[in-house]
Design a protein around this ligand. Structure first.
Ligand code: GLN
Length: 532
């Protein structure tokens, strides 16, 4: 395609309506028609990136291959489209301002007064077009975080207004709203949608397509009414009902011709509707899987979004094993020697979650000991892997004071230590070991059986590492270091080969599991859990 097309996805009425899922679904449908697509997210907060945000505030921090700490919506984009995103796919207001202020300090603006319009909006527009210009995508979908009407969103909306003027048919706005159901009146209400569209119109944007989140089917009359009041075509009013799985959303959007409407409006040929075969196969398998596999998630954040990618990776792997993942969150802060059996005995497999800091750490050791001594399939991720090593050092090697430098600065048995290059770092944001690194796997290991490959690349987000001074001792006692970074010699994977499935990874495999390409370690972990 000669020119890149830009689709903006905004949201109104309420947050959490699933703009990320709608953006991903649009991307999926266009990709299925042979177009190259990427999706980016603009977050209106002042943080430079979500890396320093508490997961309670903003859910999981996703990590791209190029080492950017990103919004969790990028995880949806990658899982739906099977693409890899980069730093350019997630921009925050903080980054926009920082870049403008840096330019101002350098003198790039030649004495001009720096203002939101045009300097901030130009910087936003530059970042929208960057992906299209640099990588020549056919479509760049830009999701605007927050809700129309927020003060923070205004510079983004102004940029969309300008881009729509500049790009004509090559730009389009999809607005996602909510249609509440009033049980007492037995009616769906469109007024909030009308108001939200008015809000957009008041800043000069006429949305081209409306997607209405609803818990009940929208009647033709209601669609007509929305079209009339909001000044859009009737065919451009799309409903998005609650689905048992988010992966159904592309199909429901396709049934209502969302992709065809987009193509038509952008002056592109519509052609045949793609069948989405493998995607449908995945969904069929998911529907047909009735037997469950019970997985315990031992962590400290009792919030679904904090472990988003792990949950998705588990449920994808369960589908490909023809099982339904029944995931139980087990708060490690409440785990004790006394209750661990009761909490874990019904689990077919246990995940020891990533994390930072002391809170809930002792409960993780208790869970690991139970799993190790009862041969429960166990998967430790990042801090989870580090905890596996610490527990082993305490209970098997006999070092009662074994710990990570992160939790205990003085212990002589620092089996997890601070990385050399991390010692002098004082800035917390964006300074961990981040992004994809190579790892070589021992071909005799269980991990190798899962990957079927000696050379892998996985994404990282940590400051601490396995302390190689203890490696020999660990291996002699039965915990093997089976994945090593060939350049730095850092231990990436540990396992106890005599157990059914007891593997810890310093990296985060969950970030690279997608719908059509589930992650081999999660597949193998679920298989082991089923066979338990
Ligand atoms: N806190 C640990 C570290 O920084 C683990 C990080 C994580 O689990 N992502 O090394």
């Amino acid at each position: 395609m000669a020119e890149t097309k830009y689709i903006f996805v905004t949201g109104g009425v309420a947050s959490s309506l699933g703009k990320g899922i709608i953006s991903s679904s649009i991307g999926k449908l266009l990709q299925a028609r042979g177009y190259s697509v990427t999706i980016q997210k603009f977050d209106p907060y002042i943080n430079i990136d979500p890396g320093t945000l508490n997961p309670y505030e903003h859910g999981e921090c996703y990590v791209t291959v190029d080492g950017h700490e990103a919004d969790l919506d990028l995880g949806h984009y990658e899982r739906f489209l099977g693409i890899q995103t980069t730093k350019a796919n997630n921009i925050t207001t903080g980054r926009i301002y920082k870049s403008v202020i840096d330019k101002e300090r350098r003198g790039d603006y030649l004495g001009k007064t720096i203002q939101i319009i045009p300097h901030i909006t130009d910087e936003i527009k530059r970042n929208v077009k960057l992906l299209g210009n640099k990588y020549k995508f056919d479509f760049v979908i830009t999701e605007i975080g927050g809700t129309v009407g927020d003060i923070e969103s205004l510079p983004y909306l102004e940029s969309i207004r300008q881009l729509k003027r500049e790009l004509g048919k090559n730009a389009l706005c999809v607005h996602l709203t909510y249609v509440p159901y009033l049980a007492a009146a037995g009616e769906l209400k469109t007024k909030p949608t009308q108001h939200s569209v008015k809000e957009l119109q008041s800043v000069g944007i006429q949305p081209d397509i409306l997607v209405l989140r609803t818990e009940h089917e929208l009647s033709t009359n209601l669609r007509k009414k929305v079209a009339l009041f909001c000044n859009v075509d009737e065919s451009a009013v799309i409903q998005s009902m609650d689905m048992p799985t988010i992966y159904e959303v592309p199909l429901r959007m396709q049934e209502q011709k969302l992709d065809a409407t987009i193509l038509e409006k952008m002056g592109l040929p519509v052609g045949e509707t793609p069948t989405l075969g493998p995607w449908r196969d995945f969904l069929n398998r998911r529907h047909n899987a009735t037997e469950i596999v019970k997985i315990g998630l031992v962590g400290k954040y009792d919030l679904q979004d904090a472990y988003k990618s792990i949950l998705e990776a588990l449920s994808q792997a369960a589908t490909y094993n023809d099982r339904k993942a029944d995931i139980h969150f087990i708060n490690s802060e409440n785990l004790t020697e006394e209750n661990v059996e009761e909490k874990l005995k019904d689990m077919d497999g246990v995940i020891i979650c990533p994390g930072f800091g002391q809170r809930g750490i002792e409960g993780k050791f208790i869970a690991i000991k139970y799993c190790r001594t009862h041969n429960v399939p166990t998967f430790g991720i990042c801090l989870g892997m580090q905890c596996m090593a610490i527990e082993f050092a305490r209970d098997v090697l006999g070092y009662a004071d074994a710990n990570s430098r992160e939790m205990d600065e003085k212990t002589p048995h620092n089996v997890i230590d601070i990385m050399e290059e991390q010692k002098s770092i004082t800035n917390m944001g964006g300074t961990m070991r981040l992004g994809a690194y190579e790892c070589v796997i021992d071909p005799t290991s269980k991990t190798y059986q899962a990957y079927q490959s000696e050379h892998i690349q996985e994404r990282h987000r940590h400051r601490y590492e396995f302390n190689n001074n203890f490696k020999e001792e660990f291996e002699k006692a039965g915990m093997k270091c089976v994945g090593i970074n060939p350049e730095s010699d850092l231990v990436e994977i540990i396992e106890i080969p005599t157990l059914k499935w007891f593997i810890g990874t310093q990296f985060h495999p969950e970030y690279s599991s997608t719908v059509l390409k589930p992650h081999p370690l999660f597949l193998s972990f679920i298989k082991a859990a089923i066979n338990k």
